[in-house]
Design a protein around this ligand. Structure first.
Ligand code: NAI
Length: 398
């Protein structure tokens, strides 16, 4: 069959396997071109199949020569109507490339929030991985989490707190700007979002790994967060997700103390920049901000995609000599996004944007193109007119 792009609003319903392979190759080549760095040898990445987590895995493997374990929630081909997710192919083609270079690349597919997954991963580290882990990258983004203690499933809400918000957002399918109004979250929705995207699960993972004795001396862990400028405050930092991210900062402090004492280790929050991902495309109003931001950062020669951004973070900050640390002890590779001159110009664009002019005054097509590429489309070196053999593809396993 021929696989064609399929968008439902800002959600992708199709992924092209060979396009995902091209994306993996491009990210690996970029990492290699940028040169190696001295980093961890054994890494565990939660949320390893796309965007921030995948870029971390590629940087650690191809930049620092690390063996990696990746955990993600993806599915393979079910039938002609339900094809595999992009993350499924990313896992497969990452593993293929890493093994070619003699690196261990183990994929676990399933619910990272569950105790069963923790047990499986720990068993694998003890029995097969060949050593304790030097780093844990926490990069899960999810709409729900089942609490392993209570069995209750919590759903996160992408909403403001207190007041409703109104503004434009982008519909990637229709290439249109539309007015979006989001009502404020209830107390329960706020608590649920913290439950899903806050620090609790990160803390449980670190505790389990520590108690199992699988953390190497000098172990480090980071969780990706976002703060953003003034114009994004009402729908991000002051909203439900912001509340969850604040919770992770408290978790980082706690974990840092414990790790320092037990394994001479550290826990730190990495505040990343706004990038094009499956998760960021569905945050209210965010796509318009991102499109304006890209326009300004491209013009200033500051634009980075997720791979470029994460690799710079790893090489220069997390494992390098140029960490930018703020007053809360968080690492701040987002400093380029937050520059005053950048934000001034972004604000100017946002104050002028209309459904008629947004194609011209923002870089919405760059955002759209990056989004399509996340799903394996828009690569020049892939022949999308060539039918793919589903049976042959089904035989590939992560
Ligand atoms: P994404 O949607 O591209 O990736 C999420 C990953 O989590 C995927 O690998 C997915 O399979 C995995 N996952 C989701 N639920 C799971 C489950 N139950 N069990 C196992 N794996 C599961 O998301 P993105 O954007 O890369 O986000 C990762 C982190 O980076 C989030 O904490 C996000 O807040 C943060 N971040 C994102 C920014 C952005 O602009 N996208 C900016 C700064 C931080």
């Amino acid at each position: 069959m021929i696989i064609e792009p399929k968008l439902n609003g800002n959600v992708a319903r199709a992924a092209h396997p060979y396009g995902c392979k091209a994306a993996i190759e491009e990210q690996i080549n970029y990492t290699k071109e940028k040169g190696t760095y001295s980093g961890p040898k054994k890494a565990l990445i939660l949320g390893a199949s796309s965007s921030y987590g995948l870029a971390s895995r590629i940087s650690l493997a191809f930049g620092a020569g690390a063996d990696t374990i990746g955990v993600s929630y993806e599915h393979g081909i079910q039938d002609e109507k339900k094809l595999a997710t992009a993350g499924w192919w990313n896992n497969i083609f990452f593993k293929e490339a890493a093994e070619k270079e003699g690196l261990v690349a183990k994929n676990f597919i399933g619910d990272a929030f569950s105790d069963e997954m923790r047990e499986e991963v720990i068993k694998y580290i003890k029995e097969e991985f060949g050593g304790k882990i030097d780093v844990l990258i926490y990069s899960l983004a999810s709409g729900r989490r089942t609490d392993p203690k209570t069995g209750q499933t919590h759903y996160s809400a992408l909403k403001p707190i207190g007041e409703p918000i109104e503004g434009y957002s982008v519909n990637l399918e229709k290439r249109e700007l539309f007015e979006q109004k989001v009502e404020p979250a209830t107390e329960e929705e706020i608590a649920d979002t913290v439950k899903v995207m806050g620090g609790e699960d990160w803390e449980i993972w670190v505790q389990w790994l520590l108690e199992a004795g699988v953390l190497a001396e000098g172990f480090k862990t980071t969780l990706y967060s976002y703060i953003g400028p003034e114009v994004t405050q009402e729908f991000y930092r002051s909203g439900t997700l912001g509340e969850a991210k604040r919770d992770t900062e408290e978790t980082a402090d706690k974990l840092h103390e414990t790790l320092k004492e037990k394994v001479n280790g550290e826990a730190v929050i990495c505040v990343g920049k706004a990038v094009t991902t499956k998760a960021s495309a569905v945050i209210p109003i965010f796509p318009v901000y991102v499109s304006a931001l890209y326009k300004v950062m491209l013009e200033k020669g500051l634009h980075e995609d997720t791979m470029e951004h994460v690799h710079r973070f790893m090489k220069d900050m997390f494992y390098g000599d140029n960490p930018e640390v703020d007053e809360r002890g968080r690492l701040r590779p987002d400093s380029w996004e937050m520059r005053e001159d950048v934000q001034k110009e972004v604000e100017d664009i946002l104050s002028e944007v209309t459904p008629e002019n947004f194609q011209n005054i923002t870089a919405v097509e760059v955002f759209r193109d990056e989004f399509m590429q996340l799903n394996g489309f828009n690569f020049e070196n892939v022949d999308y007119t060539k039918p793919v053999d589903l049976e042959k593809l089904k035989a590939l396993q992560p």
